[in-house]
Write a protein that binds this ligand. Structure first.
Ligand code: ADP
Ligand code: MG
Length: 441
């Protein structure tokens, strides 16, 4: 008889496209040894497939278990790493019980992290922390733009400590908040405190989302104090420096600076190339030098794009049974680039800018000289020109300006401001990331 794990995949087969099934789901192996009634573990052959399934189908798989067994398990898609796979071909990845709740990505290790000028400082800081947790920099605060490796580094410390049997919690602000609300309404706050104040390592990702959430800031403050008093390590990531996070209590801002604040900058071309090579190695994708260089030049600063690109190249080449040559890569990715651009529209930029800067879209398009509105209008024009294929005359028409020279003037103005004012530059980059994030979801 088929195991429940297989039955669930068979049921899933009926609900999804044949291509998704044969290309991805079919490659999963149910790991009976590690699975329990509330935990379903599957092994995937590589991280690309695992990530893809995690994002697209993990919820569905959990739901199908629930339909069949009345229990909704946590679904873990783990990866057969190169080392375990080569020594013992079918050895399952060991998922130690204590770290399961922390959901660390097993491939986010120090070994898999490419060190370059842009991230050297944060890397060394994280490495030191993993060797002497709670003793060198507490908290370690890592900040930088989207896709620059913040989560990777924090998981790397987590993986080191989890392997030593330490209790590691990885959480987002949202998860922390949900957990808090649940325990509050169940009157089980003792358990909440036990969980977060008794771990060896607390990893909080994207702390900027604490902004404006007062009740949870209070709770987080006490968690922070309790851990730090016990010399338990805390690592925090954010898209900006503590001082620049708006709507955050001063006492938290100052505590975030007590340990070490380390930034990660966008990678240089050389580092990008090395990261691509590393990702190819981990995912066992073969690309020649020319293709690697080409991919490095088309990705912008967000390293997160790399896995998507590799997965696409690999899938296409397998489907068509051809090697990944430079011509092939150009063709496949040309389409991707065009797709990416065409997803961003002026309307989307207007909505994002209006929401973030607290003005109305109609005001942005009006002739108002109110300084807040002028500020929002200039940024909207700048982003529309940088992120969409619209020409200057088209933008002039959209924004009701005299002609393209007015647009050109605005572009120059913004570029100059970005050069001279770091806070302004960060704000514009943040908005640009927000727009891009909406389209990549
Ligand atoms: P962030 O949290 O800063 O948004 P992530 O840590 O999620 O970024 O990184 C995005 C992707 O890029 C991940 O797959 C990560 O492994 C990879 N990555 C980023 N920087 C590096 C690096 N220096 N070496 C190897 N992989 C990297
Ligand atoms: Mg992250």
């Amino acid at each position: 008889m088929n195991s429940i794990g297989k039955q669930v995949l068979n049921a899933l087969k009926n609900e999804i496209s044949e291509l998704d099934y044969s290309r991805y789901i079919k490659q999963l192996q149910f790991n009976e040894e590690q699975s329990k009634s509330n935990l379903a573990v599957y092994n995937a052959p590589n991280a690309l497939i695992a990530n893809w399934i995690r994002t697209k189908y993990a919820d569905k798989i959990a739901h199908l278990f629930e339909v069949n067994t009345n229990i909704k398990p946590t679904v873990i898609i783990s990866v057969l790493t190169a080392s375990t796979a080569s020594s013992t071909p079918n050895a399952p990845v060991v998922v130690p019980e204590r770290t399961i709740t922390s959901l660390l990505n097993p491939s986010y290790t120090f070994q898999n992290f490419v060190v370059g000028g842009s991230n050297n400082f944060a890397y060394i800081a994280a490495k030191n922390v993993s060797e002497k947790p709670g003793m060198v920099y507490n908290p370690l605060f890592i900040y930088g733009g989207v896709g620059l490796g913040k989560t990777h580094l924090m998981h790397a410390v987590g993986n080191v400590m989890a392997a030593q049997g330490k209790t590691v919690i990885y959480t987002s602000v949202e998860q922390f908040l949900n957990d808090f609300s649940r325990h509050l309404s169940n009157r089980t706050m003792d358990r909440f405190k036990d969980k977060y104040r008794k771990c060896d390592l607390l990893l909080i990702d994207d702390i900027q989302f604490l902004s404006g959430k007062n009740q949870i800031q209070e709770e987080f403050f006490h968690t922070f104090e309790a851990l730090r008093n016990e010399n338990k390590q805390i690592i925090i990531t954010s898209d900006k420096k503590p001082k620049q996070i708006g709507g955050l209590e001063e006492r938290l801002k100052s505590r975030f600076e007590w340990g070490l604040v380390a930034d990660i900058q966008p990678p240089e071309l050389e580092t990008k190339i090395e990261i691509i090579k590393k990702k190819c190695e981990i995912n066992r994708v073969k690309l020649d030098r020319e293709v690697i260089n080409y991919v490095a030049t088309i990705i912008e600063n967000n390293t997160r794009e790399i896995e998507g690109i590799l997965s696409k190249l690999n899938a296409y080449s397998q489907l068509m049974g051809v090697d990944i040559t430079i011509e092939f890569a150009r063709n496949v990715l040309k389409e991707q680039m065009a797709e990416k651009r065409s997803n961003i529209t002026i309307d989307l930029i207007m909505d994002t800018v209006a929401k973030e800067l607290n003005v109305k879209t109609s005001e942005i398009r009006s002739k108002s000289r109110n300084s807040n509105i002028v500020y929002a209008r200039r940024i909207a024009i700048y982003l529309s020109r940088s992120l969409t294929p619209n020409s200057m005359p088209q933008l002039a028409q959209y924004f009701g300006m005299k002609d393209h020279t007015a647009v050109s003037h605005t572009m120059k103005k913004i570029q100059e401001l970005m050069k001279n004012d770091e806070d302004f530059k960060i704000k514009v980059e943040e908005l640009s990331n927000k727009v891009s994030m909406v389209t990549s979801q």
